[in-house]
Design a protein around this ligand. Structure first.
Ligand code: GLC
Length: 679
């Protein structure tokens, strides 16, 4: 294979076991992204492994057996070979196989083969990763400009490479303990009554619940930091009532600020030049949910501080969690483009539309949303210099979450606040989690979410999960059950759906009992999940790993794309196909299969290393405990506030013990209240 690309000389030879090393190579004049927090000298030697033309392109000859891991939130498999990915944060609800960009850009890859190394391309603009797409035997990585920093990381093994990388990007965000509870969300809860009804129905069904999310309809005309008092007459009282039941309300905050006279956020932003500017120096206008909006210039420290302080409007009403949305930023249209499009359409519709005109017509309309050209039309003020948005595009969402995180540390210094964002870049993992965006109620999206988990962990994002049950499209009961059986393992466990889709609160299904048991099992597992999360965050490790990371010599493990290790004790192998009554599983070592209908109704069986067909009924959860390991397992609670660690018992191999990490789940630095005990 290598012979086919003679111009690329990739040095071969096994670097495993060689000196641990991270080296930094600077090209041109990079924009400081704040992804890496460790000061490092710039290396003077030639960039190893990768060839560069010094124009922003980096190439690497791939051997047939090389595996490329990483890229965080992206489509396709755990092994990223065979596609071209584009780092360009994008509001894209279509997560298809032919998608190239999603909401986050995480430019860290790990090549595993004759040579095993990691590479981080720290670049805030558009980047392409052609990983064997143009040529199967070639990886070509292109930054729009040759102004970037490349970090090359070698180490003992894959886990070690990731750990070193994670060290230089800083500790991952750790949410409050309650954030590990189950959350119910829907774009469509329009009134206080809707929220109270959800809480009531969950209670009646006996299903634990820790949070209910407020989507855009709680606001007054979609204006950030306002509450529609007709539909939510007293948010403070509602939040208090919910807290009594152990439920936290989590409102959404969008990036765009509505242009409306006398609206304080708009007026203050204009007065202080806190909004992004157009080429003429005026405030740039885009359109999102509220109609015409300005975008806060989150790259300005003062604008970040100002916007962040606004979260107090909601914390004062008892809110202690937020999700930040539309912060790629999403732009439905700009006025200029809309006017041009309408004019063109006018011309087209006056005649008989032929096929080309018809395609042009549909293309123009579809091209209004997130049009890449619009991101060239606005600017950020960076220390007095105007920087075109497209050059720093991928940093926008991260700086929105940074604004909230830093301000909340001042507003509520005594406790952690829940944050997660849609858009992100590496570095955002220090400020909050991310959810995996607008998926669909498709079977393939269970697998898609799972395949992103290790790559997200590599990039520092530990607090993550997807819209359980699927956001777009209508879900089905079997899909929901299988989805719960996967999502109950992810740190963020939230059922969320789009307006207009089939309602998917768990009490709406025929087999409410089975769904409820799955959520209860989640609560039994929370002490384990939280403990493994703390370990991963405090020791810069991955909570979810491909099998090959723990069994590097096992060639079959390297092929497995639909099973993951979770922490040091578990392996998950969810069902993601409709009507499947079981699945094939590969065990790289002997393991204990656990088959659970409810937290106190389960069977275990020891299975030898190798391939197995495992039947899994629709109302059963199956997972695996690794050889000679055990996990802590609690009585399920109605909410995390009622978790009772005195009910913990060990589930797994008889003589195994478990090292449990706990803290008070609240204080900003978990190390202040960390307790490590052996069970
Ligand atoms: C975006 C978000 C989605 C939310 C919707 C309405 O599509 O990704 O989660 O429900 O906006 O706010």
């Amino acid at each position: 294979m290598q012979g086919q690309c003679p111009h690329i000389q990739t040095p071969r030879g096994n670097l495993k076991g060689s000196a641990i090393m991270i080296k930094k190579y600077v090209f041109g004049t990079p924009f400081p992204t704040n992804a890496v927090v460790t000061e490092m000298e710039t290396a003077k030697d030639k960039l190893p492994f990768l060839e560069t033309d010094n124009q922003g392109t980096f190439t690497y000859a791939l051997s047939e057996n090389d595996i490329v891991y990483g890229l965080g939130e992206q489509i396709r498999g755990i092994n990223k070979r065979g596609w071209q990915y584009v780092s360009w944060n994008y509001d894209n609800p279509n997560h298809h196989e032919d998608t190239r960009s999603l909401y986050g850009s995480h430019n860290f890859i790990l090549i595993r083969g004759d040579v095993t190394f990691g590479a981080f391309f720290d670049y805030a603009g558009k980047m392409e990763f052609d990983i064997g797409y143009t040529r199967r035997d070639l990886m070509q990585i292109r930054a729009a400009k040759n102004d970037l920093v490349v970090y090359i990381i070698t180490g003992e093994n894959e886990k070690d490479i990731v750990k070193q990388f994670r060290k230089i990007i800083g500790r991952s965000y750790i949410p409050p303990f309650w954030a590990f509870g189950y959350g119910q969300s829907r774009w469509g809860y329009k009134t206080e009554q809707d929220i109270r009804e959800v809480a009531k129905q969950y209670q009646a069904a006996g299903i634990p619940l820790d949070s209910i999310y407020l989507d855009i309809d709680y606001m007054e005309r979609y204006k950030d930091f306002t509450v529609d008092t007709e539909r939510f007459p007293n948010l403070k009282v509602l939040a208090e009532d919910m807290k009594q039941q152990g439920i936290h309300l989590v409102p959404i905050i969008d990036a765009g600020v509505k242009i409306e006279k006398d609206y304080d956020v708009y007026e203050e932003g204009v007065q202080n030049n806190y909004f992004c500017k157009n080429a003429e120096g005026g405030d740039f206008v885009g359109a999102v949910w509220p109609g015409r909006v300005h975008f806060p210039d989150f790259l300005q420290p003062d604008a970040r501080k100002w916007f962040g302080k606004k979260y107090a409007v909601l914390t004062e009403q008892g809110i202690d969690g937020f999700w930040n949305d539309m912060n790629e930023p999403a732009i439905f249209y700009t006025e200029d483009r809309l006017a041009d499009t309408c004019a063109e359409i006018e011309k087209l519709t006056s005649g008989n539309m032929g096929i080309q005109e018809y395609f042009a017509f549909t293309g123009m309309v579809a091209g209004l949303n997130g049009n890449i050209g619009d991101y060239d039309k606005f600017y950020h003020n960076v220390d007095g210099k105007m920087v075109k948005h497209s050059e720093i595009h991928n940093l926008y969402g991260m700086n929105m979450t940074r604004s909230a995180f830093e301000a909340l540390q001042e507003i509520c210094p005594e406790k952690r606040t829940l944050f997660f964002s849609r858009s992100s870049y590496i570095g955002a993992h220090r400020y909050g989690g991310i959810w995996q965006g607008d998926n669909k109620s498709w079977w393939s999206h269970i697998l898609q979410s799972m395949q992103q988990l290790p790559a997200l962990n590599m990039a520092g994002f530990l607090f993550t999960g997807c819209d359980t049950g699927g956001f777009g499209c209508d879900t089905t009961e079997d899909l929901m059950l299988r989805w719960l059986q996967y999502s109950l393992f992810t740190p963020l466990f939230r059922n969320h759906a789009a307006d207009g889709t089939r309602e998917q609160e768990l009490y709406r299904f025929n087999n409410v009992a089975a769904a409820g048991e799955m959520v209860k099992i989640r609560y039994s597992l929370i002490p384990y999940l939280y403990s493994e999360f703390l370990k991963a965050a405090l020791h810069d490790e991955m909570m979810f790993r491909p099998l090959a990371f723990d069994f590097p010599e096992d060639a079959e493990a390297a092929q497995v794309e639909d099973q993951l290790f979770l922490g040091n004790e578990l392996m998950i192998a969810p069902i993601y196909k409709q009507n499947a009554q079981g699945r094939y599983v590969y065990l790289p070592e002997e393991m204990m299969l656990v088959r659970m209908k409810s937290y106190d109704n389960y069977e275990t069986e020891i299975l030898p290393k190798g391939h197995h067909y495992v039947p899994v009924a629709l109302d059963e959860l199956v997972f695996f405990i690794r050889n000679q390991k055990a996990i802590p397992f609690a009585e399920p609670a109605e909410s995390t506030a009622k978790t009772d660690l005195s009910t913990l018992r060990l589930l797994g191999y008889a003589d195994a013990s478990y090292e449990l990490y706990t803290d008070n789940g609240v204080s900003p630095d978990p190390e202040d209240s960390l307790s490590v005990s052996t069970l």
